[in-house]
Design a protein around this ligand. Structure first.
Ligand code: UT7
Length: 343
């Protein structure tokens, strides 16, 4: 069942009537190594004060040399499987959401599948920028509803610190490494995902890029002729887009589920910039204690962000049985969207 999207177009806000499919277990892997803003002061022309004021970030985590997207994804996945009380052999779908894969091919998901002992199941990577794990959760929900399997493993894993230019103060201060994982499966009636919307606005595709084999002249010009496969973004423009897109998405999924924003106990937003989160919260009229924030500890971990956050929110007792929780994200594409769940 669907309702019309106020933004128009072919996409709809989807109503998952009666729920019934949701998150059964969560896990996260956070690398041990901490890099503070003060450490970055020694690398580029920046200050702790500037970074805290403009982004809310105080420190981020960085993987060790031998760690890979697959190795950190596996660690988060194993914790999520244990939390759900199932084993790798029960999993019928593995999706790894990442914009920083170890290999373009094979998919990280196939390697994770093997590493956790899942067999004869579907596995693929998904790139929707920082919205990747939100997209993956909703794809997994639909796959389970179709009857193709009982359990799906959704992982957001990123090693952004290998994709940033450590000489570029505009981007290197923003990102960190992490992996988050969720087991999606059947939950009780009236629980789980109640509504969702996934969107892409490709008109803004040039605002956040990491090039691969081809790079057009326009993009090369923007990057000052530098072809390095590093993150480049037009931060100001993204900020404007993001707070609007996030607030509209939360309103959209709440309305589709027959609820007001006031009924949502906790919003778990993608952690890109504290100012974006605060602007979106203000538009939604949400008090501080209704919006989860951990950007000060980890920076922007892209596709890992909302799964790590949901895991931490649950571990901190901020999410109780029966609560309505909204996940909301935006990222390269420009992608954005939200999902409303009842725990
Ligand atoms: O998750 C999706 C990907 N994430 C994003 O797309 C990030 C979204 N955007 C943002 O978070 C913000 O736009 C930033 C944090 C990236 C930048 O904040 P801003 O308030 O938009 O700053 P700005 O880019 O307009 O730069 C303001 C000034 C500039 O100097 P001038 O031109 O005013 O002299 C920059 O050169 O701050 C300067 N600046 C810095 N100064 C000290 C930029 N980076 C730094 C830095 N330290 N690290």
């Amino acid at each position: 069942m669907t309702t019309n999207d106020s933004a128009g177009g072919a996409g709809r806000v989807q109503v998952h009537k009666g729920g019934g499919i949701g998150v059964l277990g969560l896990g996260a892997y956070i690398p041990d190594k901490v890099v503070s803003n003060f450490d970055l002061e020694k690398l580029v022309d920046t200050t702790d004060e500037w970074i805290v004021q403009r982004t809310g970030i105080r420190e981020r985590r960085v993987v060790e040399e031998g760690e890979t997207v697959v190795s950190i994804a596996k660690k988060a996945a194993e914790l999520a499987l244990a939390d759900a009380g199932i084993s790798g052999g029960d999993v019928g779908l593995v999706i790894v959401a990442t914009a920083t894969p170890d290999y373009f091919t094979p998919a990280a998901a196939s390697l994770v599948q093997h590493a956790i002992g899942a067999r004869a199941c579907a596995a693929f990577d998904l790139n929707a920028g920082c919205s990747g794990s939100l997209y993956a959760l909703i794809m997994a929900r639909a796959y389970i509803e179709s009857g193709a399997c009982d359990y799906a493993l959704v992982i957001g894993a990123e090693i952004l610190t290998r994709a940033v230019d450590w000489d570029d103060r505009k981007t290197c201060i923003l990102f960190g490494d992490a992996a988050g994982a969720a087991v999606v499966g059947r939950v009780g009636q009236g629980r789980g995902f109640l509504s969702s919307m996934l969107r892409s606005d490709g008109e803004g595709a040039s605002m956040i890029t990491i090039p691969a084999y081809h790079i057009n002249e326009e993009d090369l010009g923007r990057r000052g002729g530098v072809k390095k496969p590093t993150v480049w973004l037009e931060g100001r423009k993204v900020m404007k887009f993001a707070s609007r897109a996030m607030s509209a998405s939360v309103e959209g999924v709440a309305a589709a589920a027959g609820l007001g924003v006031g009924d949502v106990r906790l919003v778990v937003p993608h952690q890109a910039n504290l100012r974006i989160i605060e602007n979106a919260s203000k538009r939604l009229g949400l008090a501080e204690d209704r919006v989860f924030v951990n950007i000060h500890k980890y920076g922007n971990t892209s596709a890992a962000s909302i799964l790590v956050s949901l895991h931490e929110a649950e571990a901190a007792g901020m999410v109780k049985d029966g609560d309505h929780v909204a996940l909301v994200a935006f990222g390269a594409g420009l992608t954005y969207g939200a999902a409303l769940m009842r725990m």
